[in-house]
Ligand binder design. Structure first.
Ligand SMILES: Cc1cc2nc3c(=O)[nH]c(=O)nc-3n(C[C@H](O)[C@H](O)[C@H](O)COP(=O)(O)O)c2cc1C
Length: 209
């Protein structure tokens, strides 16, 4: 990986980065289902780079309304215990196979990053904009992971919404999971999914509609 020093505050930066590779990445970008991920995960400098890029998002008035929780190695199993406990509490009749699947949920990839949306309600930047920033963080993370040679998927699943899980992961009462981003190598390449027909999503102001 190229050595990298973040630009200093106020340093001049290019307004654009013409890059056919980036166009290619974005045109063919595809998530890989967490079930189809495996090791190895990114090494420490690569993970740092992925997080740096993820954090480098448009952010109205520099609120930084997000934070990351890294689940790697043994911590994934500990998180699995949290999930299994919460699942059992929610569904006391669940069989052992189901509970064991929950215990293994975070083991599907070598690294899972929780992107936490941490809205500052006292800030004059509207909550909606702060939430959008957290979404942009997740997307930047997928792109950075891909450019570093890793497959990824941005998912939420039930464990993004369960209060007992959120408490165990240390989320405050107003924090939310924007996504769990699973990172690893793909066991197999994904296939294209259906995409929106652009014409159904584009209009020109002044021309009907
Ligand atoms: C906020 C958010 C939550 C998502 N949660 C899930 C999920 O829980 N399970 C799932 O299979 N896909 C989920 N997805 C969809 C996948 O991330 C992804 O969009 C899809 O698998 C294929 O998209 P792609 O190949 O265009 O990236 C979610 C997407 C977003 C934006």
């Amino acid at each position: 990986m190229q050595p990298y020093t973040p630009p200093e505050f106020g340093a001049p930066l290019p307004a654009a980065h013409p890059s056919p590779d980036t166009i290619e990445l974005l045109r063919f970008r595809r998530s890989t289902s967490a079930d189809l991920l495996t090791g190895p995960g990114p090494d420490a400098p690569t993970l740092k780079s992925i997080l740096e890029i993820a954090a480098r998002v448009p952010d109205h008035r520099r609120v930084s309304p997000f934070r990351f929780i890294i689940f790697e190695g043994e911590a994934r199993a500990k998180a699995g215990d949290v999930l299994a406990r919460a699942f059992k509490a929610n569904e006391p009749g669940a069989d052992e196979a189901r509970i064991s699947a929950e215990r293994g949920r975070f083991m599907r990839a070598p690294v899972v990053i929780a992107v936490v949306s941490a809205v500052d309600a006292t800030h004059r930047t509207p909550e909606w904009e702060q939430i959008l920033t957290a979404g942009a963080v997740c997307q930047n993370m997928l792109i950075a992971a891909s450019a570093h040679g890793f497959a990824a998927q941005w998912i939420t699943e039930w464990c993004a919404y369960d209060r007992a899980v959120l408490d165990a992961f240390g989320l405050g009462p107003t924090e939310r999971i924007a996504g769990y981003v699973y990172l690893g190598k793909a066991k197999e390449d994904p296939r294209e999914r259906q995409r929106p027909l652009l014409a159904n999503h584009v209009s020109r102001f002044g021309e009907g509609r």
